[in-house]
Each structure stands twice: as C-alpha cells, then as structure tokens.
Design a protein around this ligand. Structure first.
Ligand code: NAG
Ligand code: NAG
Ligand code: NAG
Ligand code: NAG
Ligand code: NAG
Length: 425
C-alpha cells in the first residue's frame, strides 16, 4: 500500500502508453475512470425510492454510489519537514518536451518540477506535445493557468515562461540548451550527476522526449509530496475549460446520478498493446499500420495478447462488469474522450446494457463546446471539473485522490459526492 501511495502515476487518458507499468495502464484502459457525481439531495431521494422489490437484494444502492473509502489515508501535499525555499543562485535552466496524451504529459510536468528542484535549476515552462495523434498545439498556455502554476510553486522552485536572453559581445541571444535524452525512469542520481554537469557546462539543458523520465518510486516523501502539489494544486486548467466542463457536469447532475467513463478502447491503445485479433481484417490493417508508424518495433504474439491480459476490455466486458456491480440499465453513462475504435460493432453491446449514453456533444451542443472539443483541450473538458460538489480536480486525479485520500483535504474540498473508481479497487 505504501509503495502505491508513494507513486505518482498518471495514466494516459489519451496517449498514455508506455512499457513499464503496462498492467496498471491496462487496468486504467479497462475502465479508465468512473466518476460518479451526485447531488446529495437527489441521492437520498433515490435511496428511499429504490428499496423496491425488483432491486436485487444484495445490492445496496446507497453503497453503490458512495465515495470509495480512503482507508484512513490522508492527503500528503504539504511539506512536513524542513523544506527550504529554492536557493537564490540557479544552476541553470531546465527545458523539457513532454509527450503522450494529456495525462502522460501532466505526469511529465510533475516530474519536470521535481527534477528542477533536485538540480536547483530554474524550470522553463514545460513544452507540451503537439503530437501526430492528437493534433493539438495549444501548448501549456492554451490548457493550464500559467500564472497560478508559477505562483503556487514559488516556494518550491523558480519557473520562467521562456528561456532568458543573454548579452554576449554586445549581442543578445537566447541561451542554447544542450539536448539530452534521459534514460527511462531515470534515478535522481542521473539528474544530480550527468544532467547537472551538462547544465553547469551549457547553462541550460533540454530533455526530450520527457515522459516517464524520472523514477516513480523515490525514497523521499518530500519529493513525492512536491509531485502531489504540482498535480493537485499547481496544475489548473484555464478558466474557459473549467467553465465548459462545469457546465457539462451541471447539466448531467441536474438529472440525478450519472457515471463518467473512459473506455480506453482507442486506436493508439489497441495498436500499442497489439490487440488485433478481435477486429476485422481491414481494421487490423489500420491498427498494424498505426503500430508500425508510432511505436518501437517489438515482436508481439498478437494471438495471445488478450489471453495474457494485455488488452483493454471490450466495451461489452466493461458493461457486464458494471452491471454485475449493480448498476442497471437506467444508469446514465457519460462517455469521456474520443471515439471507440471499431465503432458500432463494439458500441452496440454496451448500449444494450446501458442505453442512456451521453457525451459532450449530446450534453452541450453549443458552438463553444464544439470549438473546444478536440485534442488536448477536448480531453481537458472531459476531465470534468465541477464545483465544490466534487474535488475540483480532474477525473484521473480523483482516482488518485482515492489512493492518496486527497479527498480528505477538507479545508478545500468537502466530499459530499460519490466517487467510485473501479480501476483502483
Ligand atoms: C435501476 O436502479 C435504480 C437504483 O439505482 C432503481 O431506482 C431502478 O428502479 C432500477 N431500474 C430497473 C429497471 O431495475
Ligand atoms: C541544492 O541546494 C541545496 C541547498 O539549498 C543543497 O543542499 C543541495 O545539495 C543542492 N543540490 C544540488 C544538486 O546542487
Ligand atoms: C431496462 O431493463 C428492464 C428489465 O430489467 C426492462 O424492462 C426495460 O425495458 C429496460 N429499459 C431500457 C431502456 O432498456
Ligand atoms: C455523441 O453522441 C451523439 C448522439 O448520441 C453521437 O451522434 C455522436 O457520434 C457522439 N459523439 C462522439 C464523439 O462519440
Ligand atoms: C462536510 O460537510 C458536511 C455537511 O455540509 C459536514 O457535516 C461535514 O462535517 C463536512 N466535512 C468536513 C470534513 O468538513
């Protein structure tokens, strides 16, 4: 348990594919996330109404929609021991280029902050990936509240929006960052030796690609807490994104219970995992092509991928599990993120189990939403960022808040809503 808590994993809401920790990722992929927000008033009304005879007796509806138990774990964001402010003198500038989907990049930002802190360096606002799959070049400025980010981490490290210019022989020019490729899950020692050396030599380094480039397990609780501060407090979506997602949540809530789910049954995930055999020959061709073009060569025995647990569950399988837990066909399902690969063939069985499906266009057909429904911003909108009813964090964070009991951060959030996370149970 401890080890898990120490983690600060976040997984690809979208492009979150990588090698290590794949099992966990696939779990995420399976349901990725279930977020259930309810109005407490409606909540109690529903309970009274459901003690009817056709509800299976062993299913306790109240329990079904209630918050997952934190098991007594408390939030761990604030420093608990002496945590000095960053030294006046910087060792240099750290630039990173994050890659992957929204969550993977978010996790990379947490790592970049920690890396800069460890090196006593100044962090240049991390660059986000405008990668081929998500076609999104909104960048950090387009998605996150930059001012809040810099301000809320001011006791942890210095952050600048861009690399400064220096004057040399009467000319001004930007410091040229020395490009380095960090090892996967690099230990802290890599940052304090190799990376630091280059930084001191060149004044700045540029780490690319930057995803899973700092070990998740670090035997230093203060470092892990810093990651939490970044994720839970410093990274806040821009106001217009929050507003859109709040309006979606409000509309959904006004009609009672709902569940948000990200069926990570998407092209990149399936191609990465090598899960081909349940698809038609034409679909397999598409997946294989995508795999070839986007991922490192690795021989997989496609036939056995599902059998050895490496594939996301199909939508139908997810639906059956949820039904077995007690959710019935009146449960409204908000489908987060992008389109399923394989389309109707895979969606139909899910719809048969849960006919009340919603997505952001069915909830809000406004032009403003349509204009913000693509790429990283689109997934940010789907993160669901409601008001005080749910922790004002994103879906993935709510998952993690179950791990970290961040929901106990009661001065900030009073959890009167229900958050269920299948992936963590
Ligand atoms: C579905 O479950 C709800 C409680 O969550 C209950 O009120 C409703 O009657 C059930 N519907 C059916 C068709 O069983
Ligand atoms: C960073 O600065 C602190 C003092 O503020 C010092 O203890 C630590 O060794 C420094 N780390 C590096 C990598 O220079
Ligand atoms: C939901 O299931 C019940 C039986 O449990 C059935 O009578 C009803 O028609 C179903 N509703 C929908 C919308 O499919
Ligand atoms: C959202 O739902 C509508 C209506 O059910 C559907 O036509 C549309 O394709 C869905 N959009 C996405 C992105 O799945
Ligand atoms: C949350 O709010 C409820 C009702 O508003 C209150 O009874 C409860 O004590 C609050 N919990 C915390 C941890 O503040």
């Amino acid at each position: 348990m401890r080890r898990r808590l120490g983690h600060h994993r976040q997984h690809g809401k979208q492009g979150g594919v990588g090698g290590r920790g794949l099992l966990w990722k696939l779990l995420i992929a399976v349901f990725v996330v279930l977020l259930i927000c309810t109005l407490s008033l409606l909540f109690s009304a529903t309970i009274t109404a459901t003690n009817g005879s056709n509800a299976p007796s062993e299913i306790n509806v109240e329990k079904l929609w209630e918050s997952a138990n934190s098991g007594g774990w408390r939030p761990s964001s604030s420093p608990r021991t002496d945590w000095p402010s960053p030294p006046k003198e910087t060792k240099g500038y750290l630039r990173v280029r994050c890659n992957g989907g929204l969550n993977q990049q978010r996790s990379a930002i947490c790592n970049a902050v920690l890396a800069a802190r460890i090196m006593n360096a100044t962090l240049v606002l991390p660059e986000l990936d405008a990668n081929s799959f998500w076609h999104d070049d909104s960048g950090f400025h387009g998605i996150y509240d930059v001012e809040h980010f810099i301000l809320s981490l001011r006791f942890d490290l210095r952050i600048v929006e861009r690399i400064p210019e220096i004057r040399k022989n009467g000319k001004t020019k930007k410091i040229k960052a020395f490009q380095l490729r960090p090892p996967r899950d690099a230990p802290i020692s890599w940052y304090t030796t190799e990376a630091l050396e280059k930084m001191e030599e060149h004044g700045a380094i540029y780490l690319t690609p930057f995803s899973h480039r700092l070990a998740e397990e670090i035997d230093n609780p203060e470092y892990q807490r810093l990651r939490c501060r970044v994720n839970y407090h410093a990274l806040r979506f821009k106001p217009h994104i929050m507003k859109l997602s709040e309006s979606i949540v409000d509309k959904l809530r006004s009609q009672g219970h709902f569940m948000a789910i990200h069926l990570r049954f998407e092209m990149d995930m399936l191609a990465f995992a090598g899960c081909f055999d349940i698809f038609s020959p034409a679909e397999q061709k598409i997946l294989k092509k995508y795999r070839m073009e986007n991922f490192a060569k690795k021989t997989l025995i496609y036939k056995e991928r599902r059998a050895i647990g490496k594939c996301p569950l199909t939508p139908e399988e997810v639906g059956l599990l949820l039904r077995a837990m007690g959710f019935n066909n009146s449960t409204r399902m908000y489908l987060a993120a992008g389109e399923l690969f394989g389309g109707e063939h895979f969606m139909k069985p899910f719809r048969a189990l849960f006919p009340h499906l919603e997505n952001h266009s069915s909830v809000d057909s406004s032009e403003e939403l349509a204009a913000n429904a693509r790429g990283l911003i689109g997934s940010a909108v789907d993160y669901m960022n409601p008001d005080d009813k749910c922790p004002s964090e994103n879906v993935m964070q709510i998952l993690h808040s179950q791990l970290e009991s961040e929901n106990m951060d009661s001065e900030i959030y009073n959890q009167s809503d229900s958050v269920v996370s299948l992936a963590e149970r």
